[in-house]
Design a protein around this ligand. Structure first.
Ligand SMILES: [Ca+2]
Ligand SMILES: [Ca+2]
Length: 141
């Protein structure tokens, strides 16, 4: 399994050179969630246990053991995310606030950046934390 992933990674790193033709790099994880990264400024490195994703917006570390699939896409996940479901578990709850705050603090927590843009200003910031808390209190965006 690991060998397969390493092979996929080598292919992906080669593809990064051509990533301009795609808008997003996506990872499907073994728990069924999908994380999406913009290819803008994308850098992809890896070692024996992790893949390191850096782009213009964020940087993240993903354990190879959790990676089920990786691919480039032109779809930013707009068809498949729930606004406010920052941790991609299918519901919007207080745990999403925690995930968003973790992301703000350490910038390595893996979140769904589309879902995390709670106030839909195309940016993930502290304002989204308050938008998300407002949603949890009022049940409307
Ligand atoms: Ca959630
Ligand atoms: Ca926002």
């Amino acid at each position: 399994m690991k060998k397969t992933i390493i092979t996929m990674l080598i292919a992906l790193v080669a593809m990064v050179a051509n990533a301009e033709t795609y808008n997003y790099l996506k990872f499907t994880k073994t728990n069924g969630s999908t994380v999406t990264y913009s290819v803008e400024g994308l850098k992809l490195t890896y070692d024996n246990s992790n893949v390191y994703v850096t782009n213009a917006e964020t940087s993240a570390t993903i354990a190879l053991a959790e990676v089920q699939d990786m691919y480039f896409s032109n779809e930013g996940g707009s068809s498949s995310f729930i606004r406010g479901d920052v941790n991609n578990d299918g519901t919007v709850s207080i745990s999403d606030v925690a995930a968003l705050i973790d992301y703000m603090i350490d910038n390595t927590t893996i979140i769904n950046l589309d879902a995390a843009d709670c106030n839909a200003d195309q940016n993930v910031s502290i304002a989204d934390v308050s938008a998300l808390i407002d949603y949890l209190l009022n049940h409307s965006w």
